[in-house]
Design a protein around this ligand. Structure first.
Ligand SMILES: [Zn+2]
Length: 283
């Protein structure tokens, strides 16, 4: 079997394109939970099939960052994720980057979302917009405007490459800093962005953790490793060795890559039992 075909099979197994509906509580019930459960923070299950106990809310803004679309109530995470946002923004600010726009984290109790993301279920994922333009001053007066920001794609139509009119070395630097953060497991970006990074940074160690994906042409999806305090957190499959600048990247330009992955046979996957109790719990 050709390497590309093998890759496609392994890829489909590890990354269902859209999460099949999980058995048990529908996503709408998870979205309706207004607040977190009390008690210590725990990430439970995997980021595509899990939930979050003791979630904490990201503040609307802090030094070097501003959260967007707060009305979605998806700015909850494991404390490790909040520490990541704060320390990452501190490091980018120190390097002269403008404030970063922080997109969705998780719902107050994590769990599946009715729309928008297949993962982001355990409070360990955050979307950071790849917009390096100067931002309006942070504060209550500008939070409303942050509900409706639009960020243009960095990738050309057809996804053959990045848009040279928009992509800059500073975007690459931002992704390098994220991938080098000790809490980060991987950074998902559009495959065209990964190819561009391969062109300019091939062989660099951090590039291994920048993984190609569909979409993600105007934001990067950052996923943390399972925190030490969460024994029921299920880690993602290990990031392959090497910089990932190989034939597997070409698969993304194939017809197969443009089709959604077929749903695996068998019953829909079930959320961990602890999640059902968590959804019913007080808080
Ligand atoms: Zn995301």
């Amino acid at each position: 079997m050709r390497a590309a075909a093998l890759f496609a099979i392994a890829f489909a197994a590890a990354h269902p394109a859209a999460a099949p509906p999980a058995a048990g509580q529908p996503a709408a019930e998870w979205a309706a939970a207004a607040g977190p459960t009390p008690g210590p923070a725990r990430a439970i299950g995997s980021t595509a099939l899990g939930c979050l106990a003791g979630g904490v809310a990201l503040p609307p803004e802090g030094p070097g960052w501003q959260a967007v679309r707060l009305s979605r109530n998806r700015h909850w995470g494991h404390p490790e994720l909040l520490r990541f946002v704060e320390s990452f923004a501190e490091s980018t600010r120190a390097r002269g980057f403008p404030d970063l726009w922080i997109g969705d984290l998780a719902q107050p109790r994590g769990g599946p979302m009715p729309w928008g993301h297949a993962s982001h279920q355990t409070g360990l994922d955050v979307d950071i917009w790849l917009d390096l333009s100067p931002k309006p001053p942070a504060g209550p007066a500008t939070r409303g405007a942050r509900e409706s920001i639009e960020v243009p794609s960095l990738v050309l139509p057809g996804e053959a490459g990045v848009d040279p009119a928009r992509w800059t070395r500073r975007h690459a630097e931002l992704l390098r800093l994220a991938a080098q953060h000790p809490s980060v497991d991987r950074v998902l970006v559009n495959h065209a962005i990964k190819r561009e990074l391969c062109r300019t940074h091939a062989g660099e160690e951090w590039l291994r953790r920048v993984r190609p994906w569909r979409g993600h042409d105007s934001h990067a999806h950052i996923r943390l490793s399972c925190p030490a305090d969460s024994p029921d957190c299920v880690p993602a499959p290990p990031v392959p060795t090497g910089d990932g600048c190989d034939a597997s990247l070409e698969w993304w330009l194939s017809e197969a890559a443009r089709r959604p992955s077929p749903r695996p046979p068998g019953p829909p996957p079930r959320l961990p039992a602890a999640c059902a109790a968590l959804l019913r719990g007080g808080g």
